[in-house]
Design a protein around this ligand. Sequence first.
Ligand code: ADP
Ligand code: MG
Length: 332
Amino acid sequence: MSEFDLITRYFSQKFPKRDDVILGIGDDAALCTIPSDMQLAIAIDTLVEGIHFPNMTRPEDIGYKALAVNLSDMAAMGANPAWMTLVLTCPETNDVWLSKFSQGLRELAEIHNVSLIGGDTTAGPLTITVQITGFIPPNTALTRSGAQVGDGIFVTGTLGDAGLGLAALQKKVVLPHPVQQFVESRLHRPTPRLHEGQALRGIGSSAIDISDGLVADLEHILTASGVGASLQLERLPLSRALRDYLSLESAWNFALGSGDDYELCFTVPPSQEDALKNALSADAYTRIGTIESHHGLRCRDHNGRIFIPKQQGYQHFVKLKVSPRKPRSRSR
Ligand code: ADP
Ligand code: MG
């Protein structure tokens, strides 16, 4: 199959069509109409096989995740995604692989009405880059630099599931099949929190998506905002998978340090807490701490003891030690 056949077959059709795309795939550049009352939010992320996803990841999951991580950046800004471009570098043109990859990409594109408007295709080690453009009303974007002393710190969803999924794939921890499936799907198919991000416009003082682990990503907010923070470990939202199959300390280490969850971490001033309650349902987010003037990040247990996480954010080539939970009678 030639490069051109490949593009026609797998990428130029079947993706959502939008009225604001004047000219999509097939010319030297795409042409799109920008709403006159909006600013553009633009992000790009690359996934490299063996680094950002394990070798042997299913192609449909790779396609899904390549878009999900970019949509997560739109969510973290509070933007509405519209168009994407795709750079696909792959070792060979394998029909089955390409069809499944484009199917996974399309599945998520359809959910959020994102058009594929162009890209590039080359031969080489498997690498996927998606660039995404979204819209946002002027001066409403959630940036990393707006957190202020006294603001609450919140996260969406649960933390550490994707890290446990990776540990399970690497056979560092053994889980029952349904639990393994849950954590693997959290790893391969993260849910971009677009609704939450958009709902936080005008309410949140800062936001970031958690790609490298809560501690590492929250520290980006603290640095950009020139503040510090305290986290209460008991408040970390943990799925049943983490609560049932890891020791509490190990679960905290995953929640604080493992990457790939793509939940949002955001701050809200006390004056906006009622607005937050109206904007999002109570089970969509959890308060985990408070912004403070004293620089740095302190994680405390319920006795006020400081806990130092084992792994501070995702780092290449660094292994996270897993301690399984001590057996006890199942009470919940
Ligand atoms: P050029 O030589 O101008 O770079 P290409 O042959 O690379 O053109 O691409 C032809 C058309 O196909 C362009 O519109 C380009 O945006 C699109 N395209 C190429 N690769 C991809 C891809 N992986 N996904 C989506 N569109 C692609
Ligand atoms: Mg090209």
